[in-house]
Design a protein around this ligand. Structure first.
Ligand code: PLP
Length: 412
């Protein structure tokens, strides 16, 4: 009990939060003093910096990660009559983005210990889609907690079947596909498009923000058009010459065309400047997250009977978006809700990533209740502990100690 009495000077530890320094603030202030708050030079500068970080030719910024997923679906031409395979353990936005185009969702199961969709889960979802007479056009591997899916294995099957691949890398900015991390997540060697979010809990923060990476110039052009009302301003793309050009063949200065409908999904220059400043620290951020994760691994060893880290994928370098553990709540006779409340009293914020999306009322109503035992088993045991840049080693120890006490108190 005593240990849970908090040091009055101790701060509450959320499961995740942004790390903003004076350089970030100065970068934002500089934009506020400049002529452009949106559609200015800071957006292009951020996209160039991001493309360089990801080692990919094109990075198209946008309003948030959900908009990035939606743009990816639109650029691929997903729509009614199509189906998309989405793992059930993800944020609802992954499935929603495909659904917003009118496509149907086929939920894939995941590994019960890592939460990642594997090759077998993908193949099983494909078989279910086929049995239901659905035409699968896209698959969305989700790099949960910062670890990446087995992209080569998934891509092999997807390519064979002519299925587009969109990686949801909202958790994985700064991670790598190989243990050495030399091939960055987002380099798109095994996918058509890779999507990122810059929500404050993610590895780089812009407030709200997102991006889509690709190696395909046609997809990049379409993404950029769709994010800004579907408008085209390049004279060589005009379809209505009599409106676009004067009698001498010179493009009219006011003219633009809308060959297809689009959205306003733009990132502002204010957000982009923050993004560029944050991106410069990404290596340092991931190193710090990785160091804290190693401290957690060590601090949790004495609790191994009750709490274990999620299974590690040794073939990738994690970006450490989340530090997620598995607790056998049922086996221990422990209520997750009671544990979360007790931890909160001890200054420790936790969260559950995620409720299986196929269990959400909207999707249950549309598709009935699929049997995805891996997703259910992962969901039943997962809990994300505080992990953010600026957290200290002592705070990691405080979390582990508070967890040990709370479990000792609450378990039957
Ligand atoms: C955060 C997140 C999104 C959505 O990003 P927003 O920027 O919040 O719209 C999508 N997928 C996953 C896996 C995420 O974590």
């Amino acid at each position: 009990m005593d240990g849970l009495m908090r040091d009055p000077a101790a701060r509450f530890l959320p499961y995740g939060r942004q790390a903003i320094d004076e350089a970030d603030i100065a970068a934002v202030a500089a934009v506020l003093r400049s002529p452009y708050l949106t559609t200015g030079p800071a957006v292009g500068a951020f996209e160039s910096a991001l493309a360089e970080t990801l080692d990919v030719p094109y990075a198209v910024s946008c309003a948030n990660g959900t908009a990035a997923l939606h743009l990816a679906c639109l650029a691929l031409g997903l729509g009614p009559g199509d189906a998309a395979i989405v793992p059930s353990i993800t944020f609802v936005a992954t499935a929603n983005a495909a659904r917003m185009t009118g496509a149907e969702i086929v939920f894939a199961d995941v590994d019960p210990d890592s939460g990642l969709m594997g090759r077998g889960d993908f193949v099983a979802a494909l078989a279910r889609a086929e049995a239901a007479g659905l035409r699968v056009r896209a698959v969305f591997p989700v790099h949960l907690a910062g670890q990446c899916c087995a992209m080569r294995e998934i891509a092999e099957i997807a390519r064979e079947c002519g299925i587009a691949i969109v990686e949801d890398a909202c958790h994985a900015l700064g991670g790598g596909y190989d243990p050495g991390g030399t091939v960055p997540v987002g380099s798109c060697h095994e996918s058509d498009l890779t999507v990122f979010s810059f929500h404050p809990v993610k590895n780089v923060a812009t407030g709200e923000g997102g991006a889509v990476a690709t190696r395909d110039p046609a997809l990049a052009g379409r993404l950029a058009r769709l994010r800004s009302h579907g408008l085209v301003r390049e004279p060589d793309l005009f379809q209505r010459a009599e409106m676009g050009f004067d009698p001498n063949g010179v493009a009219n200065p006011w003219y633009y065309e809308m060959p297809e409908i689009g959205w306003n999904y733009r990132l502002s220059d204010i957000q982009a400047a923050l993004g560029t400043s944050q991106l410069g620290k990404l290596g340092q951020f991931v190193a710090e997250r990785s160091r804290l994760a190693a401290l957690y691994d060590a601090a949790l060893v004495p609790l191994a009977g009750a709490v274990v880290p999620i299974a590690r994928n040794a073939t990738c370098r994690s970006a450490w978006h989340l530090y997620a553990v598995l607790i056998d709540f049922a086996g221990l006779g422990l209520s997750r809700a009671a544990l979360m409340r007790r931890l909160r009293e001890g200054g420790v914020g936790t969260q559950v990533h995620y409720i299986p999306v196929h269990r959400q009322p909207y999707y249950r109503e549309r598709y009935g209740s699929a049997e995805l035992p891996g997703a259910d088993r992962y969901y039943a045991r997962t809990l994300s502990l505080p992990l953010f840049v600026g957290m200290t080693g002592r705070e990691v120890e405080h979390v582990a100690a508070t967890l040990a006490e709370a479990i000792g108190e609450l378990a039957e």
